[in-house]
Design a protein around this ligand. Structure first.
Ligand code: C5P
Length: 235
């Protein structure tokens, strides 16, 4: 499985994301991009088609978490958009993840990569224990949620790079660890469980999801290339 950098396009609307993607217009390789809730809710499904038409692969990060029937039906709608990857919360249970996979699978039996969020990388063990009342070590929770996702026939999980090795140990080398929480250096923002692109590669991440370190960089194309070369060993 080829490793890749996914750029989180967390912008407020179409013009902001287009301005950003224009920077990559002359690049040979168009970045794999992530469309999250902010952009999707602001601009609607057509933003997915527009970015796809520009030649980008798309991870639609809507983190579905609802009753199984609603998730199945919503995934069937999303399957029409032709995205490459999408996701649910593993906390929605095995039944919900099974429903998501079924809803996403088209009549020919194909579907985009489907992964599950384990614990958000902005959550740490203290918050998990004190606010969510989960009293297990974080690594154990992530590995257990990953095992549930695998049992549901999903392709991988979203987790911190710190947990990628544990996920592969629990679910096998082919099971994907897609890891946000990437920083070039120690930061001072909302992410709690972070690593550099190089360290994430060494830790066993299959895809890194990088937002602000690229989108807010002085030179986003240079920051993207640095991520690519550090994570994939190429330019
Ligand atoms: O700007 P930053 O690099 O922190 O962006 C990380 C992206 O990954 C955001 O779009 C965020 O929603 C997403 N994400 C995350 N942690 C998860 C799942 C998704 O940070 N567990």
């Amino acid at each position: 499985m080829a490793k890749d950098v996914i750029v989180a396009c967390d912008f407020a609307g179409q013009s902001a994301v287009e301005e950003f993607l224009d920077l990559f217009e002359r690049q040979e390789t168009k970045p794999f991009v992530k469309i999250g809730m902010e952009l999707f809710y602001a601009s609607g499904p057509q933003i997915v088609r527009q970015i796809k038409d520009r030649g980008h692969r798309i991870f639609l990060d809507l983190k579905l978490h609802d009753i199984p029937n609603t998730v199945r039906r919503t995934m069937a709608v999303l399957s029409e958009l032709g995205v490459d990857m999408c996701n649910v919360h593993a906390a929605g249970t095995i039944e919900m993840m099974n429903a998501a996979r079924e809803g996403l699978t088209c009549a020919e039996g194909t579907r985009p990569i489907l992964i599950a969020v384990t614990q958000l990388t902005s959550t740490d063990e203290v918050r998990m224990r004190d606010e969510l009342l989960i009293n297990e070590p974080l690594e154990r929770v992530v590995a257990a949620y990953a095992a549930n996702a695998r049992e549901s026939g999903l392709d991988g999980v979203v987790c911190s790079p710190l947990e990628a090795a544990g996920v592969h140990e629990a679910c096998g080398a082919e099971f994907l660890a897609v890891t946000p929480g990437i920083r070039f250096a120690e930061g001072d923002d909302d992410q709690r469980r972070v690593m550099t692109p190089r360290a994430a590669r060494e830790a066993g991440s299959d895809y890194i999801v990088v937002g602000r370190p690229i989108t807010q960089a002085k030179d986003p194309v240079a920051a993207y290339k640095e991520c690519l070369s550090d994570f994939c060993g190429e330019n």
